[in-house]
Ligand binder design. Structure first.
Ligand code: UD1
Ligand code: UDP
Length: 370
């Protein structure tokens, strides 16, 4: 019996690891133990609930407005106790959060093997995204098996001297999750929490998400000003914004965008309504990593409010464009897509550079062979 711990803490990690959990559970030679740090509380629970996943251990570590250092130290202490009790043969982590880095470090101290899902994404810029770029680099130094989503991410790891025999190109498990969700959305037609009207009545609309630390302060003020001006110029469009629970996001967004006729500030949505919101949107304006990977598969143009991205594949394919956080640039790029149908059509192509829906199956097969 191989003892595999799967440890995660935030919304995107849960979304991307649940297909892996479902796949690993099919193998009778694996003993699976799910541990959540609960770096996120409500936004993590939303995902666990829809997929009916019950963690074996819940460390319940989130504190309001937590700092990187205190969160890291709380995770290290709590996960250290977890490892002492459970003693896994291998631990799986996903992505680039504080949970990922802290868990990998503790696994190293306990000489437990680390499998890193979504390995090898890089911007090459220390502070962008912050702190995720360095979380990724440090996790790669520690990891024993690297599940790279694409050829580009594999090459990034090779350039850092990682042994090619330890790197497997699997595709990104976010596409596995998206395929599962798309089917359910079409069948169940989930309701969006906080909207009085259904999506047909509220269309056409621009969907917005944002939460990156490097955009806190001036970046968010610029983003909100651009949205506010766009909403005035395009009265026939609605702007729907499920606002991330981080107080550094809630405060400026509520201050600058509340009580406007065609702007709808709503709570973070559970996964199915959010996919439904993406599927019915005209354009997506975001700084999210996961959304950059899902939206191209749905054929939606994505404007990314960042200066660079560790996910260049869809930019090269033309479905994703980097617009930064300059107010005028965001305003101009959204206007260009809404005013010029040719420009819109150029970007609205369904492409799947991030996976084919079978990444989790590949990960499970690789784990059974090592
Ligand atoms: C975290 C990750 C980021 C990831 C993002 C996904 C780090 C450093 N950051 O950012 O990489 O892209 O999650 O969303 O790992 N909060 C709640 N309830 C929740 C979630 C958050 O109230 O369910 C509030 C709390 O006040 C919390 C704060 O948001 O202290 C920040 O949470 P944290 O996980 O530290 O950072 P995020 O900005 O969510
Ligand atoms: N998402 C969601 N509800 C929302 C907003 C996003 O379920 O209200 C999903 C989205 O589909 C994607 C993931 O959350 O799978 C992205 O999470 P986030 O943007 O918080 O983090 P990142 O991917 O940037 O790390």
């Amino acid at each position: 019996m191989k003892k595999i711990s799967i440890i995660f803490g935030t919304r995107p990690e849960a979304i991307k690891l649940i297909p892996v959990i479902l796949e690993l559970k099919k193998n009778k030679n694996f003993e699976i133990n799910i541990c959540v740090t609960a770096q996120h509380r409500e936004m993590l629970d939303q995902v666990l609930e829809i997929f009916n996943i019950k963690p074996d251990t819940d460390l319940d570590l989130m504190q309001p407005n937590q700092t990187l250092s205190t969160l890291t130290s709380r995770i290290i202490n709590a996960v250290d106790n977890y490892f002492s009790e459970y003693k896994p043969d291998i631990v799986l982590v996903q992505g680039d959060t504080t949970t990922v880095f802290a868990v990998s470090l503790v696994a190293f101290y306990h000489k437990v093997k680390v499998g890193h899902v979504e390995a090898g994404l890089r911007t090459g810029k220390k502070y962008s995204p912050f702190p995720e770029e360095i979380n990724r680099v440090l996790t790669s130094r520690i990891a024993d098996i690297h599940f790279a989503p694409t050829e580009i991410s594999k090459n990034n790891l090779l350039k850092e001297g990682i042994n090619s025999e330890k790197i497997f190109i699997t595709g990104n498990t976010v596409i596995d999750a998206l395929f599962l969700a798309k089917e359910k959305v079409l069948e169940l037609k989930p309701k969006v929490n906080g909207l009085q009207k259904n999506l047909e009545e509220i269309s056409p609309y621009i969907l917005i998400t944002g939460h990156r630390r490097e955009n806190f302060g001036e970046g968010f003020i610029n983003i909100c000003s651009a949205i506010s001006e766009l909403a005035l110029k395009y009265e026939n469009y609605n702007f729907i914004y499920p606002v991330h629970l981080n107080p550094n996001v809630q405060d400026p967004v509520n201050k600058l965008l509340a009580n406007k006729k065609n702007i709808f500030l709503i709570k973070p949505q559970t996964y199915l309504p959010f996919i439904s919101l993406m599927m019915n949107s005209k354009i997506i304006l975001t700084d999210s990593g996961g959304v950059q990977e899902e939206a191209p598969s749905l054929g939606k143009p994505v404007l990314v409010m960042r200066e660079n991205t560790e996910r260049p594949e869809a930019v090269t394919a033309g479905t994703v464009k980097l617009v930064g956080t300059d107010k005028q640039k965001i305003f101009n790029e959204v206007s260009k897509l809404l005013d010029n149908n040719l420009e819109y059509k150029k970007m609205a192509n369904a492409i799947n550079p991030y996976g084919d829906g079978l990444a989790s199956k590949r990960i499970s097969e690789i784990l059974s062979e090592i």
